[in-house]
Write a protein that binds this ligand. Structure first.
Ligand code: HEC
Length: 116
C-alpha cells in the first residue's frame, strides 16, 4: 500500500495543472470576439452607420448603451438562443471573447457620449 502514495500525489498534481486557467485567458479577447461577430452575427445585426432597417437587429453600438447591459447580462444572454437566432450557439471561449468585445465597445461608446 505504501507504494501508492507517490502515485496518488503525482495524480493530484497533474489534475490541478489541468484545471488551472491563466487569468489572461479568462477575460476573453476583444479581437477574437470581433471576428466571431463578423462571422456569425452580421447577417442580422446592423453595423454602426448603416441605414436603419426595421427588419434587421440593431447594431451593437446601440445595444451596449441599453440600461443594465452589464458583462453578467451579456454572459447570460449569450448562453441562450435568441429568436430568431436559433441555429448557432457560441462555445464558452467564444462567448467570453464576444463579451470582451461588447464591453470594450460599451466603454468607447460611453466615452464618446461623455464628450471625451
Ligand atoms: C437570425 C438573426 C440574428 C443573428 C444571427 C444574431 N442575432 Fe442577436 N438579435 C437578433 C434580434 C432580432 C434581436 C432583438 C433585437 C433587439 O433586441 O432590439 C437580437 C438582439 C441581440 C442582443 C441584445 C439583447 C438585449 O437584451 O438587449 C445581443 C447582445 C445580440 N443580439 C447578440 C448577438 C450575437 C453576439 C450574435 C452572434 C453570435 C447574434 N446576436 C446573432 C437577431 C439575430
Amino acid at each position: 500500500m505504501r507504494t501508492n502514495l507517490p502515485l496518488i500525489a503525482a495524480t493530484l498534481i497533474a489534475l490541478s495543472c489541468v484545471s488551472y486557467v491563466p487569468p489572461v485567458l479568462a477575460g476573453g479577447s476583444v479581437e477574437r470576439g470581433k471576428a466571431v461577430i463578423e462571422q456569425w452575427c452580421r447577417t442580422c445585426h446592423q453595423q454602426a452607420g448603416d441605414t436603419p432597417n426595421p427588419d434587421m437587429a440593431p447594431p451593437y453600438e446601440q445595444i451596449v448603451l441599453r440600461p443594465d447591459h452589464t458583462r453578467a447580462y451579456f454572459m447570460q444572454f449569450l448562453k441562450e438562443d435568441h429568436f430568431p437566432m436559433t441555429t448557432y450557439r457560441l462555445f464558452d471561449s467564444e462567448r467570453e471573447d464576444v463579451v470582451a468585445y461588447l464591453m470594450a465597445l460599451q466603454q468607447s461608446e460611453l466615452n464618446k457620449r461623455g464628450g471625451n
